[in-house]
Design a protein around this ligand. Structure first.
Ligand SMILES: Cc1cc2nc3c(=O)[nH]c(=O)nc-3n(C[C@H](O)[C@H](O)[C@H](O)COP(=O)(O)O)c2cc1C
Length: 273
């Protein structure tokens, strides 16, 4: 179990102008490390959601979350991660998105299919993710392949969004230029008139330009911040799926990938911090 601690109580190095926080994460128990990464990933995602400052979020297909009331380490927006892609010219790009579900198959993200990220993934499905919870000195890091989610999964998630967010998804052509904000507000007003809030989850249809991706990992790294910057890092890879640089190999297909809980598919390495 994660011990309760408040990062503001930790000793800070005042010898420099920038305050430095001593990382005091819980050590990884080598004897308890799983052969395949799923058990640890699932546990960390669960703990991050349990440490959420307030409210509830979805993880692992169920609603979890707890109010911490200012006691112990906390996580703000535990579902937020950074998704890195490359564009058609090979230049990297990165942005924050929410992980709405995680299973041994991978991480589910929802977005606009006309967005920059979606266009980049359509061109180059190899992506990278960092999922960092500084409040508990933990980070997960993935490289892998993004696949578009089937429409039934997208529809089911869309129906569960609040009415306003469903209207907003129709109003925005994400990542495209906008003349001014009034244009967006006027479009929203039109849509509100067309699809008023009836309280039914089907009152706003799923926009064709809206969808999601499943990020299927080829490598997974777990990181725990430790004192004196001697952090713990373990990396699992699927040797069959990675190339010489350790990333997903060129031409990799979804069918070549094993789930995160397949003991036979993963190898594990301890890394220097
Ligand atoms: C905390 C947070 C959560 C976000 N969640 C999402 C999300 O789940 N899906 C999404 O499309 N954009 C989300 N965004 C907005 C993205 O960061 C980004 O601005 C947008 O997706 C456009 O990115 P793109 O132009 O690279 O496609 C979120 C931003 C923040 C700060």
């Amino acid at each position: 179990m994660l011990k309760a601690m408040d990062p503001s109580d930790l000793p800070a190095d005042r010898s420099r102008r920038v305050q430095r926080l001593e990382y005091a994460g819980e050590a990884l128990d080598v004897d308890a490390l799983p052969t395949a990464p799923w058990a640890l990933v699932e546990d960390w995602v669960r703990v991050a959601h349990e440490r959420a400052v307030s409210g509830t979020s979805r993880a692992g297909g169920r609603r979890v979350g707890a109010r911490v009331d200012g006691v112990g380490p906390t996580v703000i927006e535990p579902a937020a991660l950074e998704l890195a892609t490359v564009d058609a010219e090979g230049a990297p790009d990165v942005r924050t998105v929410l992980c709405r579900d995680i299973s041994p198959e991978g991480l589910q993200l929802f977005t606009s299919l006309v967005s920059a990220k979606a266009r980049q993934i359509q061109h180059e499905p190899r992506v990278a993710v960092t999922w960092t919870w500084p409040g508990i000195f933990r980070a997960l890091r993935f490289r892998g392949l993004a696949e578009e989610l089937p429409r039934d999964v997208v529809d089911e998630y869309f129906r569960n969004r609040p009415w306003g967010a469903r209207i907003g998804a129709h109003a925005s052509r994400q990542s495209h230029p906008l003349e001014n904000r009034d244009e967006l507000v006027a479009r929203e007003a039109e849509l509100v008139a067309r699809w008023p809030d009836t309280g039914a989850e089907t009152d706003v249809p799923t926009p064709e330009h809206w969808g999601g991706f499943l990020v299927r990992p080829t490598s997974v790294e777990v990181w725990t911040g430790r004192v004196s910057r001697l952090h713990d890092r373990w990396r699992w890879v699927q040797p069959e799926a990675v190339g010489g640089t350790g990333g997903p190999r060129p031409g990799l297909q979804g069918g070549d990938l094993a789930p995160l809980d397949d003991d036979a598919a993963w190898t594990r390495t301890l890394l220097q911090p």
